[in-house]
Design a protein around this ligand. Structure first.
Ligand SMILES: Cc1ncc(COP(=O)(O)O)c(C=O)c1O
Length: 412
């Protein structure tokens, strides 16, 4: 036993000196080693992203900033606000950027994400998923005590009464929106009469303060072709729009009509009374969204630029027509369409194997040798981000900062 712990100590001692072992020609700073260059989130040395050990999650700052700017300019021009969904990035540093560039708040999917965001200074938070269990309701009410900008969603009379009782027990009056179903039947109460009755009940309950409605139409976000997407979105939001009108006529508060996402950010404002869009993926883009087409290009959605990539290394080049990399399902997920090799043509990427990715060539713009690094545009950004503890913020190929994905794994 003693022998084992001695050798472990020796190993750890040696491991601590690894930066000095790495010959400059091989390079490969692990995430731990990168921390030694990290001062208050900024990197104090001149390190190329190509020197990072792989797989590594990278975000291109220039592209990210252009995405933030394009979103904010568009929604402002259209007379609505942005309330971006932090379930995409799970990263307080990015939430702060969104607030600094004009967003009125952020959304989270889970109460645990909201807690992390609040701990890191974000205090305008809409939890878009109704909390239905006593433990989650209690946590949300506790958070509401400290975070005055917390808004919760509810979609049933029973749940509203539970929320009100928990709010009273916690000594708060909780801000609430009624979650209205656009037709996907995922969450939300039916629009019209059922939603109105719920709105009136929320308005009456002593522990709750009604702010309006939320209606997220997930089924329209990835509809291919701008006009088709626009037609479906406007059709499916019409009932929610009528509902908010009935709220208004009944004297209920209608200051919030929140919904929409990256696929409909430039459509949702056409629905009357709509106030703010809950965009998530627009920051990073991904292969799924690239494929939906936009108003200027029917095949590729170019409104936002892919800013998020996975850096990977080729580990085998011995076989004709293919190469193997170190980024498989655990680095990329197995979402489809598969990741895309950035900047190259004539090759396909697959990440179906746990530890390995496969490149297959089909008249490729280049081929790879063992040790070569390449970048992948991610398949679906949200679940990919949730695989990493940190992302590297890159400008002109240099690592500018390390951003902790503080809400990684916060799925409850
Ligand atoms: C409630 C809610 N709002 C907004 C979004 C929008 O996300 P995105 O812009 O990535 O499509 C989602 C995504 O699933 C969601 O669940």
């Amino acid at each position: 036993m003693k022998k084992i712990s001695d050798s472990r100590r020796q190993f750890l001692g040696v491991a601590a000196t690894i930066p000095f072992w790495i010959p400059r020609s091989i390079k490969g700073y692990t995430s731990k080693q990168m921390q030694s260059f990290n001062l208050d989130g900024k990197i104090v040395d001149d390190i190329s992203k190509w020197d990072l050990d792989t797989p590594a999650l990278c975000v291109e700052l220039d592209a990210l900033e252009r995405n933030l700017e394009h979103l904010q300019q568009t929604v402002s021009r259209n007379g609505i606000d942005s309330r971006p969904h932090a379930k995409t990035h799970k990263c307080p540093a990015i939430a702060r950027l969104q607030m600094e560039t004009g967003s009125i708040g952020i959304c989270t999917a889970k109460v645990s994400e909201a807690e992390v965001m609040f701990e890191h200074g974000i205090d305008q938070i809409l939890i878009t998923t109704p909390n239905v269990t006593p433990v989650k309701i209690k946590r949300a009410m506790h958070l509401s005590k400290w975070c005055s900008g917390l808004i919760q969603a509810t979609d049933s009379l029973t749940n509203a009464r539970d929320l009100s009782a928990a709010a009273a027990a916690a000594g708060v009056v909780a801000d609430v929106v009624v979650d209205v179903d656009p037709g996907g039947h995922r969450t939300g109460i039916s629009p019209g009469e059922p939603a109105l009755i719920l709105g009136q009940e929320v308005d009456r309950l002593p522990g709750l303060n009604l702010l309006g409605i939320l209606c997220y139409d997930g089924g329209s976000q990835h509809v291919k072709g701008f006009e088709k997407r626009r037609t479906q979105t406007l059709e499916r939001l019409a009932a929610a729009s009528d509902t908010i009108l009935t709220f208004q006529r009944s004297g209920l508060n209608t200051e919030i009509f929140s919904g929409g996402g990256t696929g409909t950010y430039n459509i949702d404002h056409e629905t009357s009374h709509f106030t703010d869009v809950q965009v998530g993926s627009y920051l990073f883009m991904d292969a799924q969204y690239r494929a939906i087409g936009g108003s200027s290009d029917p095949e590729v959605y170019t409104d936002f630029e892919p800013s998020l990539t996975i850096l990977t290394t080729v580990v085998n080049d011995q076989y004709q027509g293919r190469a193997t990399t170190d980024a498989g399902a655990k680095a990329c997920t197995i979402n489809k369409p598969w990741s895309i090799v950035k900047g190259e043509t004539g090759m396909n990427y697959r990440s179906g194997s746990d530890e390995f990715g496969t490149i297959t060539y089909d008249n490729p713009s280049r081929t790879y040798r063992v040790g070569d690094k390449l970048e992948l545009i991610v398949s679906h950004c949200d679940p990919v981000v949730n695989l990493y503890d940190q992302m590297y913020a890159i400008r002109n190929d240099r690592v500018e900062a390390i951003w902790k994905i503080e809400a990684r794994g916060m799925s409850n």
